[in-house]
Write a protein that binds this ligand. Structure first.
Ligand code: NAD
Length: 471
């Protein structure tokens, strides 16, 4: 049993003032595997006070000092890769491939921030003006449970490079990952107060941070609904915001796409992280005249997405994170049938032979129109829809007919044609014949998928405020 009963404030593991205890579940077995003691408003305020005190000197630290901290963080996170992987599997059912493939981005975020910082000019001359890029102040970093290690590293790396100090509020559902993050931060010998970590409820710690007058910036990854709440809270004190929110990404299979590679890639994108990925391609747009071929290719690719124990290397899709999410995903499968869509593969209930664990059958709907709720709402489970189109114009129209705009994919054997289509698709990232973004390029959403961009220079400047001093 894991007993996580400390928060990390001012460089120390301390017992929180909050007394609520929240169970930690293993979603593959539904068993309680631990308990986390949650921080409350008092702890959140103590963390902000520590970050505020640290800001006075950290904001004036040299580039070399911050590069050294980023290098130590990279090393400390690298040292804990095996532990992170085990925690992700245990607390949210991440399959081995996901953990092994995506976790290395955590230390990489620190490495890239260090490299960028070394060459970044914080003071520039422009005509009669001196432009000074100065750190914003205390940043609240609020993260979801899925791949939280990478999301925390991404934001913390940019904030440290900028000279901002940080209060991290990770999800209540990622307590095991968070504990290891806190231990890695402690091992990296970061000056006290520069990085504080308080796990607590969004409605308690999250609300306190996003309305606290001493918090200058909120870096958030999570749902669109919570992003809206954060904007409201932040309005009174004009906090700067970077919001990475949900998605309903289209994967457009143009009629000259090589289906043998494009269809498995489209399914990998859709089912990634057990269908719980913001940038998943959950709407597969298929040329009507090749629809039968696409559906046959989907059926023949499905054995690669075997549901099972996430610890088994042969498993392609593990459980969803919680009972609540299991029920929500089931309700969407039911809704799809009620809306008149047909099931190509998957369907309601647990996979055959599984009577416990929050396992969902990887499901693909056909007979779907883009007006149906299963085509418009983020389900956040392994449930995909196939929508036919007649020509490239219609594919673009359907792709753009959504409230979201995080990431899209275009598959074609004609690169110029794919480029033309990609340029017309409204999303922060549009990928051609690939499903993973270039993480040195800016990442973020348009429309209700968010505000602002992360990664590299865009990420760094999200924690800086330009000032002009003109003679
Ligand atoms: P969530 O929005 O429920 O929670 C995210 C975080 O916000 C958690 O730490 C939560 O405690 C906190 N929170 C909740 N209420 C809050 C409030 N009132 N004020 C401040 N913080 C509050 O999301 P989740 O279930 O943890 O994650 C899934 C969602 O995240 C999906 O919608 C997914 O698309 C999105 N997501 C987006 C990205 C991206 O990069 N765009 C990446 C991963 C996940």
């Amino acid at each position: 049993m894991h007993n996580i009963d400390k928060v990390y404030i001012d460089g120390k593991f301390v017992t929180p003032h909050g007394t609520e205890r929240s169970p930690v579940f293993n979603p593959a077995t539904e068993e309680v595997i631990g308990e986390v003691r949650l921080a409350d408003e008092t702890d959140a305020r103590a963390a902000v006070a520590a970050a505020n005190r640290a800001f006075a000197s950290f904001s004036k630290s040299s580039k070399a000092e911050r590069v050294a901290i980023l290098n130590r963080l990279s090393a400390a996170f690298s040292d804990r890769m095996g532990d992170f992987q085990a925690a992700m599997t245990e607390e949210y059912g991440a399959v081995r491939g996901i953990a092994q493939g995506l976790l290395p981005f955590a230390p990489k975020m620190f490495d890239e921030a260090a490299a960028l910082l070394a060459s970044y000019e914080f003071t520039r001359t422009q005509g009669p003006s001196t432009i000074v890029m100065q750190p914003l102040g205390v940043a609240a970093v609020i993260t979801p449970w899925n791949l939280s290690v990478v999301f925390i590293a991404q934001k913390v790396a940019s904030a440290i490079a900028a000279g901002a100090t940080i209060v991290v509020k990770p999800s209540e559902l990622s307590a095991l990952q968070t504990q290891i993050v806190a231990e890695a931060v402690d091992a990296a010998d970061v000056p006290p107060g520069v990085i504080n970590i308080v796990t607590g409820r969004g409605s308690v710690v999250g609300d306190t941070l996003t309305s606290h007058p001493d918090v200058a910036k909120v870096g958030f990854t999570g749902s669109t609904a919570v992003g809206q709440q954060i904007m409201r809270n932040a309005a009174d004190t004009f906090k700067r915001l970077t919001l990475e929110l949900g998605g309903k990404g289209p994967t457009i299979l143009l009629d000259d796409a090589d289906l043998a590679t494009a269809v498995p890639a489209a399914l990998t994108s859709g089912f990634l992280n057990n269908g719980q990925t913001c940038f998943a391609g959950t709407r597969i747009l298929a040329p009507r005249r090749k629809l039968d071929e696409v559906l046959a290719a989907i059926e023949s690719a499905m054995p690669a997405f075997q549901v099972g124990d996430p610890k088994d290397p042969a498993t392609g899709v593990g459980p969803v994170v919680s009972q609540k999410q299991f029920e929500r995903v089931q309700s969407y499968i039911k809704l799809g049938l009620e809306e008149g869509a047909q099931i190509l593969t998957g369907g309601e209930g647990r996979p055959e032979g599984m009577d416990k664990g929050w396992f969902v059958k990887p499901t693909v709907f056909t007979g779907v129109t883009n007006e149906m709720r299963i085509a418009r709402e983020e389900i956040f489970g392994p449930v995909l829809v196939v929508i036919p189109f007649d020509d490239d114009d219609e594919a673009v129209r359907i792709a753009n007919d959504t409230d979201y705009g995080l990431q899209a994919q275009v598959f074609s054997s004609d690169l110029e044609r794919a480029q033309r289509v990609a340029h017309r698709v409204e999303a922060g990232t549009v990928l051609i014949n690939r499903i993973f973004a270039d993480h040195e390029a800016p990442f973020g959403g348009i429309k209700q998928s968010g505000i602002g961009r992360e990664h590299y220079t865009y990420g760094l400047e999200a924690y800086l405020e330009p000032r002009a001093i003109t003679a």
